[in-house]
Design a protein around this ligand. Structure first.
Ligand code: 5GP
Length: 204
């Protein structure tokens, strides 16, 4: 048996309220080869969040030690908190041929593209601004000021959608998941991602 082809690094960004967590959960259910990178953050866990599942929650001191030790593929300071993508698990998964999803904001996505030009990037859009506003209100967790602030951020994030390879609209969840899965499958079949597989075919 020859070498396996490497997996893909898939960057997914979306404004708050676009349903990216649900989309990613469905992707993982639909395809065993899809893994999600667990980021490290210095923000406090929200209710229901589990250390090592949603994030690795850590101290500023430990986070900065990791920066110093070159442990992150990328990291940002978003608001008052650090968020970073640990390198090691990603490399292991990609070497095993898995697709690894990074759920990161637009700044980090730009950094990943610079460091890892083969990464594919997907921006998830709401069907409309009025729908996004309705979804944020329905969550019932934010004040009207918070919602206004998030909509403003969403506007600036959507302006940067042009930096991404693919735009997927989350109007209907299963259609959105299908779109993302189709992108991942098609990217896997690109010649450059099939070289080892072709080599194995020739040698067998
Ligand atoms: P939250 O605090 O709501 O979980 O995340 C805030 C933002 O940080 C979200 O847009 C999320 O996608 C992004 N984020 C989470 N982990 C990382 C990371 O490792 N790197 C970067 N650049 N952004 C991240």
């Amino acid at each position: 048996m020859g070498l396996k082809d490497k997996g893909l690094l898939v960057v997914i960004s979306a404004p708050a309220g676009c349903g990216k967590d649900t989309v990613i959960a469905e992707l993982k259910k639909a395809d065993d080869n899809v893994k999600q990178s667990i980021s490290m953050t210095t923000r406090a866990p929200r209710e229901g969040e589990v250390d090592g599942v949603d994030y690795y929650f850590t101290t500023v001191e430990n986070f900065e030690k990791n920066i110093f030790n070159n442990g992150f593929l990328e990291y940002v300071k978003y608001g008052i908190n650090y968020y970073g993508t640990p390198k090691k698990a990603i490399e292991e998964n990609i070497n095993e041929g898995k697709s690894v999803i990074l759920k990161i904001e637009v700044e980090g996505a730009g950094n990943v593209r610079k460091i890892y030009p083969d990464a594919i990037s997907i921006f998830i859009m709401p069907p409309s601004f009025s729908e996004l506003s309705r979804r944020l209100k329905n969550r019932g967790t934010e004040t009207p000021e918070d919602i206004e602030r998030r909509l403003k951020i969403a506007e600036t994030e959507i302006e940067r959608a042009k930096e991404y390879d693919y735009i997927v609209i989350n109007d209907d969840l299963s259609a959105c998941v299908d779109d993302v899965l189709s992108i991942i499958r098609a990217e896997h079949l690109k010649y450059n991602n099939m070289k080892n597989t072709i080599e194995n075919i020739i040698n067998n």
